[in-house]
Write a protein that binds this ligand. Structure first.
Ligand SMILES: [Zn+2]
Length: 68
C-alpha cells in the first residue's frame, strides 16, 4: 500500500477544489499543521496534518525543485 508522503514545496490536488476553480495547492509550511496556498488565487489555509492527509488526493508536482 502506498503511503501519501509530501514535502514542503509540493503542489497537491485536494478532493475538493477551491471556490476559485483551481485545484492545485502548494505546501508552504509543514509542522503539526500544514499551510497550503491556492496556486490560482493565492489564498492560504492552515489544516491539521491529519485533515490535510485525508483531503489530499495526489501530488501534482514534487517540490523543492522550483524556486519562487
Ligand atoms: Zn483559490
Amino acid at each position: 500500500m502506498e503511503r501519501k508522503s509530501f514535502q514542503l514545496g509540493d503542489v497537491v490536488e485536494m478532493k475538493k477544489m477551491h471556490p476559485c476553480g483551481t485545484n492545485a495547492w502548494k505546501v508552504i509550511r509543514m509542522g503539526m499543521d500544514i499551510r497550503m496556498k491556492c496556486t490560482g488565487c493565492g489564498h492560504s489555509v492552515l489544516l491539521p496534518r491529519s485533515r490535510f492527509e485525508k483531503r489530499m488526493k495526489r501530488i501534482l508536482v514534487h517540490g523543492e525543485a522550483e524556486a519562487e
